[in-house]
Design a protein around this ligand. Structure first.
Ligand SMILES: Nc1ncnc2c1ncn2[C@@H]1O[C@H](COP(=O)(O)OP(=O)(O)OP(=O)(O)O)[C@@H](O)[C@H]1O
Length: 359
């Protein structure tokens, strides 16, 4: 009988997240895994640069035996042996999302014996992935509740198609993760954010994003603070053209929801600003404590934490259901979903209370 847990990468979302979570859990739990039909629902299935660099980084961190770690591969077996906290460097030579490489290794580095430092070159602000500001301003405060601490420095911002971005992530290990309750919205306090531009793009793009976003929030909540700063990345921080916005909403109970969007070709600043603020307003109106992207990103931590975690979010995304599928198979946990009246969901799970074997 095979000793591999088999994960079907075509299930539900059928993107790279199933692979990232499966491999991260494989290392943390020391369980060999086989991932089949990798990214089957994407236009170009199989491993792209981002995934391949993540797999090879995780191989080095865990001294794993790997088969299938080549570009476009749709099947992979991964047998980890250890977790080595250390300094690592990855140059993707593309605009591959740096934050998605970090998404793969972060849960693992928490269970190393010492602090790790991961220097990655690629894209910091790339579509369909967490913007680097989202990781700093939304992921970090949410993960702090689990007892996680990381420091993410951006040495250079990088955009599609050139890349040229560079970040350094430092992750401190934990003995175990706390269970969290992120389900009490409290009172809406403020919206804060920034709109940036770089390279040869005109400043009006960032001001259009700012004005449209502030107008929408002030229209709905005239008495609440809404502060969006506009700035240009200096040339030594961003060589290429790029523009985007990050908005966060904070509540009296410490909930932080975020929306971060990077402009693509023919950027319409007004459109980005108003779409982003409408998305954020939807969370505030419905007392949602965890935004649609944080929802799937917290699943792996809930599965590993000690005790029962619960998060109050909006409608379940396919990414979240995929993350739950992987966590249940790999860690043997069970997630429970309760549905509210206005599309809210309460996602809960009794975590396995994984303990760090290297501390
Ligand atoms: N705007 C965003 N803000 C925050 N997180 C995001 C944003 N867009 C995508 N994400 C996150 O990025 C991850 C993308 O997962 P997905 O499976 O689509 O991976 P992928 O490797 O990009 O695959 P693919 O290239 O197959 O799309 C998810 O965790 C999702 O929540």
């Amino acid at each position: 009988m095979s000793c591999f847990v088999e994960i079907d990468g075509s299930y539900l979302e059928g993107g790279g997240q199933a692979l990232r979570n499966a491999l991260a859990l494989s290392v943390v739990l020391n369980r060999p895994v086989r991932v089949i039909k990798i990214r089957a629902n994407r236009p170009k299935p199989g491993l792209s640069h981002q995934h391949l660099h993540g797999v090879n980084l995780l191989r080095d961190i865990s001294n794993a035996e790997v088969k299938g770690n080549v570009l476009h591969s749709t099947e992979l077996t991964f047998t980890p042996h250890t977790i080595i906290g250390s300094m690592y460097k990855v140059d993707t030579r593309t605009a591959a999302s740096i934050t998605l490489v970090y998404q793969m290794v972060m849960p693992v580095l928490l269970f190393a014996g010492t602090t790790s430092r991961i220097d990655v070159m690629g894209g910091t602000n790339v579509s369909y992935s967490p913007q680097v500001e989202y990781m700093q301003q939304v992921l970090l405060p949410n993960l702090k509740r689990f007892g996680v601490n990381f420091d993410l420095k951006v040495l250079h911002y990088g955009f599609y198609p050139r890349g040229n971005g560079r970040c350094v992530l430092e992750v401190a290990p934990v003995r175990s993760l706390n269970a969290v309750q992120i389900n009490d919205f409290g009172q809406f306090r403020a919206v804060r954010g920034s709109a940036y531009y770089s390279g040869r793009l005109p400043k009006c793009i960032a001001f259009d994003m700012q004005h449209s976003a502030e107008r929408e929030i002030h229209r709905l909540w005239p008495d609440h603070e809404c502060t969006i700063h506009v700035f240009k990345h200096p040339p030594d921080k961003a060589r290429d053209n790029g523009a985007g916005i990050i908005l966060t909403a904070v509540t009296s109970t410490g909930c932080i929801m975020g929306v971060a969007t990077v402009g693509e070709k023919n950027i319409d600043g007004h459109m980005i600003g108003s779409n982003s603020s409408c998305e954020l307003a939807g969370y505030i109106k419905n007392d949602i404590c965890v935004d649609a992207h944080m929802q799937d990103q917290l699943i792996i931590y809930m599965a590993l934490a000690k005790g029962c975690s619960s998060i109050r979010s909006g409608a379940l995304t396919k990414h979240t259901r995929t993350a739950i599928y992987v966590a249940e198979l790999m860690a043997g946990v069970k997630f429970n979903i309760e549905y509210g009246n206005f599309g809210q969901t309460l996602i809960s799970c009794e975590g396995i209370g994984h303990c760090n074997a290297y501390m």
